[in-house]
Structure formats: structure tokens, C-alpha cells
Design a binder for this molecule. Structure first.
Ligand SMILES: N[C@@H](CCC(=O)N[C@@H](CS)C(=O)NCC(=O)O)C(=O)O
Length: 222
């Protein structure tokens, strides 16, 4: 199977939520795939009666994603991404140049801690296909901020990804690309449209989406 997701000799386990809805899981999972390390995926269906109990078997944080390696338990997508970068330095999960790397970290960190309006109004749902109506000023300014950040990076790197090669910052923005697509946010800028296509064409992203489409789940909000 591609990506060694269910490898016989996993280097770590990655506990995730439903692929349709769990944007934080998607971020960590994409970084795991990009690390090139074999791993075992453990999926927990979110928003079920036993979800909390299932998650509690792996972490006290009450949330996924969680990376497990022997007795070591790493939770939170950004900590997992940084740990994977340390486990697999050859995968160059951050850009090589120190200045660009710091910038890419700023992008991932802002995604990780911000965009609350966008996240609340346009929760990730890979099966959603309808225009979002009555966007609040908070959502509009979040969208404008994302587009401005993408454009600034792409103007320097000239693609195909924010800082050239696919890095952790791209993994962190991948769910936003799908929010813009599924809620039909109008985007005119050619460079940004191409970036969104490049994210959608990424081998790991395609695999994640294919698996999400096979899921049978009801509506959740993440
Ligand atoms: N800051 C955390 C956020 C993780 C998070 O909110 N995960 C959601 C799913 S995307 C979750 O596990 N919710 C608990 C639940 O559904 O019971 C991270 O970056 O990993």
C-alpha cells in the first residue's frame, strides 16, 4: 500500500479522526506521509458515543491527531510535525534556508493558532459542495489574510508550493484549500489558483481525499 500507512514495521502509530472532517489529523498525516517513514494509521470516528473513550486509550488531551512511538506520546499537530522533522531530517519537511524556514514556521504557526472565524464558519467537510452565504467580516478578513500570505510566499518561491517544495506549511494550509473549494470561495488570482491545484494534485492529498470519499459519516464540525 502506498505511503506504508499500514506497514508491518511501523516507525510510529498515528491516531487520526475521520478523513472527511478532521482537518488537524489531515495536517499531521500529510507531514507523516511526506516524512517517508512507514507508519501505522489508527482511525477513530469522531462525534460518536464512544469517541472520547477511544481517544482516551491513546492520550489524555482528548483530541486527535496523536503520534505514538513506544511509550512516547506526542499530541497536537504542530508538535507532531516538528517531531517528524527531527525523525526524518532527510525529508526536508522545512525549507533548507534558515530565513525561509523561519518564515515557513510563521505560516504554520499562524494557521495553527489563528483563522478562528474561517475555521468556525467553514469547517472542513470534504463532501461539502455549496457556496457559503452571508460571510461575516471576520471570515472575509481571514480569507483575505490567507490569500495575502499565499501570494507573498508564491511570488518569491514561484511555486509549486509556498516555499518551493512541499513543506509543513503547505500541509497546514491544505485543509484551507479544501475549505475554499468546497464552499466555493471565488478566487481570481492565477498564481493562487495554481497553488490550490498543486495542493489538490499532491499524491498524499489525493490519497487522503480518496479515502475520505469512501467514508460513511454524518455531519460534524471541526
Ligand atoms: N490544536 C490541536 C487541535 C486538535 C483538534 O481539535 N482535534 C479535533 C478533531 S480535528 C478533535 O480531536 N476533537 C475531539 C473530538 O472530536 O472528540 C492540534 O493541532 O492537533
Amino acid at each position: 500500500m502506498a505511503y506504508h500507512v499500514h506497514s508491518d514495521k511501523p516507525v510510529f502509530d498515528l491516531v487520526i479522526g475521520d478523513k472527511t472532517f478532521s482537518s488537524w489529523s489531515m495536517r499531521a498525516w500529510l507531514v507523516a506521509v511526506q516524512s517517508g517513514l512507514p507508519f501505522r494509521e489508527i482511525m477513530i470516528k469522531l462525534d460518536e458515543k464512544n469517541t472520547a473513550a477511544q481517544i482516551a486509550k491513546h492520550t489524555d488531551s482528548g483530541k486527535v491527531p496523536v503520534l505514538k512511538q513506544g511509550k512516547r506520546v506526542i499530541w497536537d499537530s504542530l508538535a507532531i510535525a516538528e517531531y517528524l522533522n527531527e525523525l526524518s531530517p532527510e525529508a526536508q519537511l522545512w525549507p533548507e534556508d534558515a530565513g525561509t524556514r523561519a518564515l515557513a514556521r510563521s505560516y504554520a504557526a499562524e494557521m495553527h493558532s489563528g483563522f478562528t472565524h474561517l475555521r468556525a464558519a467553514m469547517s472542513m467537510d470534504l463532501k461539502h459542495d455549496a457556496t457559503a452565504r452571508h460571510l461575516s467580516s471576520g471570515v472575509i478578513s481571514d480569507i483575505e489574510r490567507v490569500l495575502k500570505m499565499w501570494k507573498a510566499a508564491l511570488q518569491v518561491s514561484e511555486g509549486p508550493f509556498l516555499f518551493g517544495e512541499f513543506c509543513i506549511a503547505d500541509a497546514f494550509f491544505a485543509p484551507v484549500v479544501f475549505r475554499f473549494v468546497s464552499y466555493k470561495v471565488k478566487i481570481k488570482d492565477k498564481m493562487i489558483k495554481q497553488y490550490m491545484k498543486n495542493i489538490q494534485a499532491h499524491h498524499g492529498v489525493q490519497f487522503w481525499v480518496e479515502e475520505a470519499m469512501k467514508e460513511k459519516n454524518k455531519l460534524h464540525q471541526f
